[in-house]
Ligand binder design. Structure first.
Ligand code: SF4
Length: 555
């Protein structure tokens, strides 16, 4: 039997004074008075609004060069303007966790351009292409959040890049950082036959009112949004999402979801059960962001996403706080939207609501070049189109094509390496930035993704099922590890000779609502289910062959 060393007898001379009960430690919520900086990230934001760093870039750093940059700006506040230092070439994944940040980073930057809703005019596309060719060594990756990322950017060139982007209505403001990131939208907003309400005005209004606004420039962590009528974005993986739904009495509006996020501790967004008309979407969105700013957890960085608050509060309390404290009125109850049973990625030729067509095409794992984008603009223009859209699956669409021009467009896209009739492998494979440029990476992803697609196209060209393969360079799951048929999380694994080599932990059978019908869920992460990177193509081929051999009629 255990004996307590603390006597409770008042006359015991050996007694130690009983400790006062320890107060539960706060989570760093501003609304509860926990305002003191609680970790280095909170300190950086408190010392100076990160939005202010732009002036220093323009007036000091761009003139004096990389060495003059204050470390708190370099590794902290620069992100609010879309800038991350990129990984120094040649540092293997085994050293990611042991090196100091300054040892890992290069003097070049990744620069992310926010393209809310993925909507680009040809002038914007040409501007991006030109910047890529002139300042970014021809790099331009399409991300799975409808952004474009440049690499090899020098600090000296950043003001001129901003000038060019802003001259065509693009920006890098809050493309990264603890703030409202790019708003995901349907790539076919405004042209889809099945769309009842185009939510683009709400997206534009949110960006106009709140992006770059100090009101929301200090959130506990990043904040991701999706607003679409169609279920063609990975809405459940966002902090807030609005999905189109018809209310039986009030007509078309949006169903509100909160608290989604992947990374470590993945959680899917949950419905609040409310119906929001289009005109009210920006205010309701701001209410949700306000809750996150005021009640979000700031003490521990790994608990600072909205999903943890939603998990602790539950949706009833979240709705109540939103209505009472932030909107000052009750929201209407609303029905659940219908969810499709197959992913909608818009690849191929499809009719628009105005009788014209849009064509969706696949690069390989989102990798394109500035030269390719410049040619894309020419090809689109030659086929009568003035608009291109990026998708949250690292693909792109050309809109507004006359029906009789689509086959010519498909052929012209193929000539520039964009495939409108891709193999299942090319269509379904995504990859995050990985070790080529990302300081957090453990393994290579883009080149391995390309190699994987090539090998599988050679070995299983006629594979006829929809399949999603998401390669991630570390546990952060930027390419949504947990919601793919085959989700790959980069890590070091033991190779055939007993030494550690690059590899992946495998998650099988995940899917978001659109991929998994009504039952969104995470792939199963099985202990021991790992492959070396070298073995990956053979591993996926074995899985695919086993699936083909065992699938049921019509599956
Ligand atoms: Fe970098 Fe990891 Fe995100 Fe890939 S998943 S981009 S390696 S942080």
């Amino acid at each position: 039997m255990a004996v307590s060393s603390i006597s409770t007898r008042p006359d015991d001379p050996t007694a130690r004074p009983a400790r006062a009960p320890r107060r539960p430690r706060g989570e760093g919520q501003w609304a509860l008075g926990h305002r003191e900086p609680l970790n280095p990230n909170e300190r950086i934001k408190k010392d100076d609004d990160p939005l202010n760093v732009r002036a220093r870039i323009e007036t000091i750093y761009a003139h004096r060069g990389f060495a003059a940059i204050d470390p708190a700006d370099l590794r902290g506040r620069f992100r609010w303007w879309g800038l991350y230092t990129q990984r120094k070439p040649g540092i293997d994944g085994g050293r990611t966790a042991v090196l100091e940040p300054h040892e890992l980073e290069d003097e070049y930057f990744m620069l992310r351009v926010r393209i809310d809703g993925g909507q680009l005019s040809l002038a914007q596309l040409r501007t991006i292409a030109g910047i890529s060719q002139e300042f970014a060594r021809d790099t331009a990756d399409i991300t799975d959040r409808q952004n474009v990322q440049f690499h090899w950017i020098r600090i000296e060139d950043v003001p001129e890049i901003w000038r060019r982007l802003e001259s065509v209505g693009l920006q890098t403001t809050e493309a990264c950082g603890d703030c409202p990131r790019i708003v995901l939208g349907s790539p076919v907003a405004g042209v889809a036959e099945a769309e009842v309400v185009d939510p683009t005005p709400a997206i534009d209004e949110i960006v106009r009112r709140y992006v770059g606004n100090p009101e929301f420039s200090n959130l506990p962590r990043k904040f991701k949004t999706s607003i679409s009528w169609l279920v063609d974005t990975p809405y459940e993986a966002n902090d807030v999402a609005f999905l189109g739904v018809e209310h039986p009495e009030h007509g078309p509006g949006f169903d509100l979801w909160v608290g989604g996020g992947l990374s470590t501790n993945p959680m899917l967004a949950q419905r609040l059960g409310v119906w929001v008309p289009l005109a009210e979407v920006p205010d309701v969105w701001a209410g949700v962001v306000g809750i996150f700013r005021d009640y979000g957890y700031r003490r521990l960085r790994n608990r600072a996403r909205l999903k943890f608050l939603v998990a602790d509060w539950g949706v009833e309390r979240f709705r109540e706080v939103l209505e009472k404290e932030y909107l000052g009125r009750a929201l209407l109850d609303g029905p659940a939207p219908a969810l499709p049973t197959k992913p909608i990625d818009h690849i191929g030729v499809h009719p628009q609501s105005d009788g014209r067509r849009y064509v969706g095409a696949a690069p390989v794992v989102g990798r394109v070049s500035g030269g390719q984008l410049a040619r894309l603009a020419d090809v689109a223009e030659a086929h009568g189109s003035g608009r291109v859209r990026l998708t949250p699956y690292q693909k792109l669409l050309v809109l507004d094509v006359a029906p009789e021009r689509t086959e010519s467009l498909v052929a012209a896209l193929r000539d520039i390496g964009l495939e409108a009739r891709p193999s299942a492998w090319r269509r379904g494979t995504m990859a995050c930035t990985g070790i080529e440029f990302c300081k957090l990476a453990i393994v290579e992803t883009k080149a391995r993704g390309e190699e994987l697609v090539t090998r599988l196209e050679q070995r299983l060209r006629d594979f006829d099922a929809d399949i999603s393969i998401h390669l991630n360079g570390c546990p952060n799951a930027c390419a949504r590890t947990q919601v793919a048929d085959i989700g790959l999380k980069g890590q070091l694994v033991v190779g055939p000779d007993g030494r550690q080599v690059e590899g992946f932990q495998v998650h099988l059978g995940g899917g978001l609502g659109m991929a998994a019908g009504q039952t969104a869920g995470f792939g199963r992460k099985l202990r021991g289910l790992k492959t070396t990177a070298e073995e990956l193509p053979a591993y996926v081929e074995r899985l695919a062959r086993r699936y083909l051999a065992g699938r049921h009629e019509g599956e």
